[in-house]
Design a protein around this ligand. Structure first.
Ligand SMILES: [Zn+2]
Ligand SMILES: [Zn+2]
Length: 416
């Protein structure tokens, strides 16, 4: 790490290349559905197609013979846990490709057991039961509508625990919550949903420059008869920081509806239950989603890139903060540059228990409130309807929603 204090850092943006840039070969693609099979995916022991996640073991279980198995770790299968510092350009999973606008959302599959044509509405599911032979049809091959991701993080928190956490959350906020909300709380309305995210690794180099103040003396002077003032002496330094930043497993919601609510509560609720233990994600198999709903990804890497850039810069700003303790009167950056060297994008379904409540406001508008529970860690956050008449009696308004930036690892390397 360069730590330049006086004279000014001469850290500059990289000089423009003197040779023309390499022709654009597009992103490097990791093939994540090489072995995926559509249609009847059968229990390896008895051949039944009724398979679901056993939350207790984290494995898939056959409904008939109770045999259990799981798909491989996504990190190991796709090499996602290593090499963030070596990333150059864009690398992405094959399940993260751009959505083709004309791609069908409702797809038809032929049941290979009885020949019937079965439709799967990919907006909310990647499975359907054949109504003739009762076999389950799965969609595991990636389609250009964003419904099949690169990986999935299965639920590990049982529904009963999620219900308990939601009940506690609502009870603790009882004073502010609307009486109807409290009265109508119904655990049966807690649903498990796999929400679409992009999981992004970023390799970048940051260069910040500005000025910082270090206090050297404080003393009291008398001004007038019995008044005194405290005064400070401080040295002014030019400050520069240049360092490598690695951001690991930044999870960004990839549903347009959730992004549109970017400044409203829902998106904050969904962000606030991060982080997820993404190192435990597995290779995608629709059977992990049996019994849950899912929401199709409908945004592309280009749509989400500005969010990832902004959050990466936040990570860099936060990382450098700890190195500035000497400047006890603060640092003002004149320039903050983040040069992104490489990114890796992988699409994922992440598990969330959701409780929703529709409130009709006095002006007739309908607002949906959510309490969300991380289906892995149990972290809970929600937006609860506020009882305004009661709130006015108190002087403080407590914002019920917080934001947590995703898990990030900062690596300080030598400045270039
Ligand atoms: Zn079986
Ligand atoms: Zn059939």
């Amino acid at each position: 790490m360069d730590d330049v204090t006086e004279p000014a850092s001469d850290e500059q943006a990289p000089a423009p290349p003197t040779t023309p840039p390499e022709p654009d070969h597009g992103p490097r693609v990791i093939d994540t559905d090489a072995d995926a099979v559509d249609g009847l995916t059968k229990c390896p022991r008895c051949g039944a197609t009724q398979i679901a996640l056993n939350i207790g073991s984290g494995m898939l279980r056959c409904h008939y013979c109770r045999d259990e198995w799981s798909t491989p770790s996504a990190n190991e299968a796709f090499g996602l846990d290593a090499g963030v510092g070596e990333l150059r350009g864009v690398t992405r999973g094959s399940g993260s490709s751009d959505i083709v606008p004309s791609a069908e959302i409702v797809l038809t599959f032929k049941c290979s057991a009885c020949g019937a044509e079965i439709v799967i509405d990919t907006a909310s599911s990647t499975q359907a039961r054949c109504h003739w032979c009762r076999n389950t049809l799965s969609m595991n091959q990636q389609v250009p509508n964003g419904a099949v991701p690169d990986m999935v993080l299965p639920f590990s928190l049982p529904k009963e625990e999620a219900v308990r956490k939601i009940a506690t959350f609502v009870r603790k906020r009882r004073f502010f919550a609307h009486p109807r909300f409290r009265k109508e709380f119904d655990p049966d309305n807690v649903l498990g949903a796999y929400l679409p995210y992009m999981v992004v690794d970023v390799n970048a180099h940051a260069a910040f420059s500005g000025q910082g103040e270090h206090q050297t003396r404080s003393y009291t002077v008398s001004v007038g008869e019995d008044r005194s003032e405290t005064r400070y002496d401080a040295d002014l330094y030019d400050v520069g920081r240049a360092f490598d930043v690695e951001v690991h497993d930044l999870a960004v919601v990839s549903s347009q509806q959730r992004l549109d609510q970017g400044l409203s509560t829902t998106n904050n609720v969904i962000n606030a239950i991060r982080p997820f233990d993404l190192e435990n994600a597995v290779v995608y198999d629709s059977n992990y989603l049996a019994g849950f709903t899912s929401e199709r990804r409908d945004t592309n890497i280009d749509d989400l890139a500005p969010i990832v850039d902004a959050q990466s810069k936040d990570v860099a700003r936060h990382a450098v903060h700890d190195t500035l303790r000497f400047y006890d009167r603060g640092v003002r950056w004149h320039s903050e540059q983040l040069e992104v060297r490489g990114q890796r994008w992988v699409s994922a379904y992440l598990p969330v228990w959701l409780y929703s409540y529709h409130q009709t406001k006095r002006d007739g508008r309908s607002v949906t409130h959510y309490v969300a529970v991380n289906g892995r860690t149990g972290a809970v956050m929600g937006s609860v309807p506020i009882n305004y008449p009661r709130l006015l009696l108190t002087s403080a308004v407590v914002e019920a929603v917080g934001i947590v930036v995703g898990t990030a690892v900062m690596i300080f390397g030598g400045g270039s």
